[in-house]
Design a protein around this ligand. Structure first.
Ligand SMILES: Cc1ncc(COP(=O)(O)O)c(C=O)c1O
Length: 493
């Protein structure tokens, strides 16, 4: 049986004249799109339809389901964002209560806000050593479902942007004991479960709905993702209906074939590719044990010293604590002096992503650059100069219990006023304020703005981190009229 991407590859040679969409007709005059658009077709005969998949797309989705051990899998052409929205809207309706991890991605908050849901949080703990938040512990989920027994859905992120994994088996066990649906935003974990060097997949660990960005950690084009549905708690028709609403009615065949090609690669060559990836990761880990100033926050260290359930070693996190430079400084040095573009900078660490498509040469380049920077810091005696420029007032906000004064959607959709950050203490936020990446809100609309929030936001701006949700001149949106002495009364939920 021919696969979707193989059928698409053969199509231009068949000689059909394209009296159909798309309008470019494969006839773009030049540039990088010219070759790709020869294969950019629409739902013509023999190519099935994503919204009613019965043929070649259905077979590809079933193959993906088989690889991940899922009972139902759908291709997504709008990223995990689309999967998260469909999962939340398909399992909860207006006024329903959901339990979400406070460190969820903005897409989860958008779903909660647009869906007019009541939201209760579970908080990860801030890990002082690494400088980022840890896992969602199963006992916190148990407490949360006991506190809010009427909440029908639990949403957590695992792995996080930093690769932190929660114990999904235990959390799924708790959720199912209480008859709750567990949605795992595993946007960063599409590569899990394919070899021992990597953590287990949330699908095989028993989550009801798992969302994977194929594009983040596997070889597939940007915007490609998967949603997996399992168990008997989820109304599958409801999710399928949401997918029909939110997916484009003209889904890109380039993207769908991109997912299919990636699945074929895993099915045909995954064993060798993942083994080689595991070998390179282990070698890099050994090499970085020699660092004198910088510190590799490895999987082994995070599990043994921080007690994490698990960690994705493909997230290469280099801590700058105690070196006299910030995570952003390290990011800039890697970029400007070594021509390495990292994924993200935080106050106390710099994060790079390595995947099975990085060859040994790429691994060596990254390792050598880190070692070289480390040597220079050591020679300059930065270790003794101490922990200057390494405050971590921003990342700890993800674990800070904020006071939700009014429901997020009411604050977000109401009238707002932009004021100086320094004057915002004690007022109610009207917007999401987050660093991008990772796109997790430091402040949610409706939450009380505290001195720590203001300090964190100002620190993030000083550290040149990308702060979203503030005006160009650094002002913060507050719920309008929320300035007087009696300010809370009108705003309580
Ligand atoms: C945890 C998490 N969930 C969801 C998303 C959205 O994924 P996508 O970019 O595939 O839409 C992201 C994006 O960074 C993310 O980090």
């Amino acid at each position: 049986m021919k696969r979707l991407y193989e059928t698409l590859l053969e199509y231009p040679e068949k000689g059909y004249y394209p009296a159909h969409m798309p309008g470019h007709k494969g006839n773009i005059s030049g540039g990088f799109l010219r070759e790709a658009l020869r294969y950019d077709i629409t739902e013509i005969d023999g190519f099935d339809n994503l919204h009613d998949a019965k043929g070649i797309i259905r077979e590809s989705e079933e193959y993906a389901a088989y690889l991940y051990g899922s009972s139902e899998t759908h291709f997504l052409v709008g990223g995990s964002t689309l999967g998260v929205l469909s999962a939340v809207f398909g399992t909860a309706g207006p006024g329903d209560k959901v339990i979400i991890a406070r460190n969820c991605h903005r897409s989860v908050y958008n779903a909660v806000c647009e869906g007019r849901l009541e939201c209760r949080y579970v908080y990860p703990e801030y890990m002082e050593g690494p400088g980022f938040v840890g896992e969602i512990r199963p006992d916190l989920i148990e407490e949360a479902v006991n506190r809010d027994p009427d909440a029908g859905v639990v949403v957590i992120t695992s792995p996080t942007y930093e690769g932190v994994c929660s114990d999904i088996s235990a959390i799924a066990g708790i959720c199912h004991r209480y008859n709750k649906i567990l949605i795992v935003d595993a946007a960063h974990g599409a590569h899990f479960g394919f070899c021992d060097t990597l953590p287990a997949s949330a699908v095989r660990q028993g989550a009801d709905i798992v969302i994977h960005s194929v594009h983040k950690t596997l070889p597939a084009p940007t915007q490609t993702a998967l949603i997996h549905i399992n168990g008997s708690l989820v109304n599958r028709d409801s999710i399928r209906r949401k997918l029909k609403i939110y997916q484009s009615s003209s889904p890109s065949y380039l993207l769908m074939a991109g997912i299919d090609m990636c699945m074929s690669l895993i099915g045909d060559n995954g064993k060798e590719l993942f083994e080689a990836f595991g070998y390179r990761l282990n070698k890099l880990d050994k090499g970085l044990k020699e660092l004198k100033c910088l510190k590799h926050l490895s999987r082994e260290l995070l599990i043994s010293e921080e007690g994490l359930y698990d960690h994705d070693p493909g997230k290469l996190i280099i801590s700058t604590v105690g070196t006299g430079i910030t995570g952003r400084d390290l990011y800039d040095i890697l970029r400007n002096e070594y021509a390495i573009q990292p994924e993200m900078a935080a106050e106390t660490y710099c994060l790079m992503i390595l995947t099975l498509m990085d060859e040994q040469e790429g691994f060596d380049r990254v390792e050598n650059a880190i070692k070289c920077i480390d040597e220079k810091l050591f020679a300059a005696d930065n270790k003794r100069k101490g922990n200057n420029n390494n405050s971590d007032t921003v990342c700890r906000l993800y674990a800070k219990r904020a006071k939700q004064i009014i429901t997020a959607y009411k604050a977000f959709e109401g009238s707002r006023q932009d004021i100086e950050a320094a004057d915002a203490k004690g007022l109610i936020s009207a917007d999401y304020i987050s660093l991008y990446p990772p796109g997790i809100p430091l402040l949610v609309p409706g939450e009380e703005i505290t001195a720590e929030h203001i300090e964190g936001i100002e620190e993030a701006m000083r550290s040149k981190l990308n702060v979203q949700g503030i005006t160009k001149d650094g002002r913060i949106g507050i719920v309008a009229g929320n300035t007087g002495e009696d300010r809370w009364e009108r705003f309580f939920i």
